[in-house]
Design a binder for this molecule. Structure first.
Ligand SMILES: NC(=O)c1ccc[n+]([C@@H]2O[C@H](COP(=O)([O-])OP(=O)(O)OC[C@H]3O[C@@H](n4cnc5c(N)ncnc54)[C@H](OP(=O)(O)O)[C@@H]3O)[C@@H](O)[C@H]2O)c1
Length: 246
């Protein structure tokens, strides 16, 4: 059996993951706070056969991540635990360092955006054109000016979004060339503008529903169950690159 141990199941994203997980070929177990602090024991309790495999998915807040990290670092973990996927955001430098440390024991995937479309966006920007340059390098050579715009709902506290920073970094756009709008219930939109006086090329990613994050998280889990990663700390795109490689 394949099992996902879900920390933060009562939250907005956690509920989406529980709902999206129903028809899949694995079971999603919501973790209580006590279970989060005893991952080894929780895995042992749920293990019924030597075929059982587990992935911990964390969509809590940084304090929740810390509880799980402390538990994973405090003793040997069962080999049936294949990965720790961290979808929560806003970790301090110290917490990121602890996650790196945890990565020396089991694969840790730190993903501030589970969207597969955003992963494709990044891949597009990292790819080489036939000239050998990336799209953004080529655009600059051809005289285009590059900037980024992102829009999210009014409850989103950080601006620019973490995803905008990642895309800007991949396109060589300086952080001050990112514009942010907070309006209504927008799930998320990111547009890279390549513009010059007489023409403009735009690449846009639009998130239609929060469900996409849940589906992206479960897709990542399914790939890890099929093809477990080695120890280390990975971003979502680094993990997907390894998992999708022929
Ligand atoms: N990676 C992505 O694609 C993506 C997408 C959207 C959001 N996020 C991130 O995912 C996280 C959750 O977002 P959300 O909108 O679902 O938030 P939310 O609705 O506020 O849910 C937070 C969840 O974390 C739990 N929690 C809070 N503090 C905790 C602690 N100290 N120990 C253990 N559990 C704790 C809450 O449990 P209680 O109900 O018991 O308080 C709840 O289940 C945020 O960090 C957000 O930025 C990531």
């Amino acid at each position: 059996m394949k099992h996902i141990l879900l920390a933060g199941a009562s939250g907005r994203l956690g509920r989406e993951i529980l709902a999206a997980g129903q028809p899949k070929s694995f079971t999603v177990h919501p973790l209580s706070r006590t279970e989060m602090s005893r991952i080894g024991e929780t895995v042992a309790k749920l293990t019924k056969s030597s075929q059982d495999r587990f992935i911990v998915v964390d969509v809590t807040l940084p304090e929740g991540t810390e509880t799980i990290v402390t538990s994973l670092l405090s003793g040997p973990h069962p080999s049936s635990l294949l990965a720790f996927i961290v979808g929560s955001t806003g970790h301090s430098d110290g917490q990121i360092e602890k996650l790196r440390e945890t990565g020396s024991k089991i694969p840790v995937i730190l993903s501030s955006n589970f969207s597969r479309g955003v992963y494709l966006f990044e891949e597009l920007l990292n790819a080489r054109t036939s000239t050998g340059a990336s799209v953004s390098e080529l655009a600059r050579t051809l005289g285009f000016d590059l900037s980024l715009w992102e829009s999210h709902h009014t409850l989103k506290k950080d601006a620019p979004s973490g995803t905008a920073r990642t895309i800007a970094n991949a396109a060589g756009v300086q952080p001050e060339r990112i514009a942010s709008t907070r309006v209504g219930a927008v799930v998320g939109e990111h547009t890279l503008f390549m513009s010059q006086e007489s023409e403009e090329l735009r690449i846009t990613h639009t998130a239609h529903a929060r469900r996409l994050f849940a589906e992206g998280a479960l897709d990542l889990c399914a790939r890890i169950f099929e093809r477990p990663l080695g120890a280390g700390k990975f971003s979502m795109s680094e993990a997907l690159r390894l998992l999708l490689k022929n």
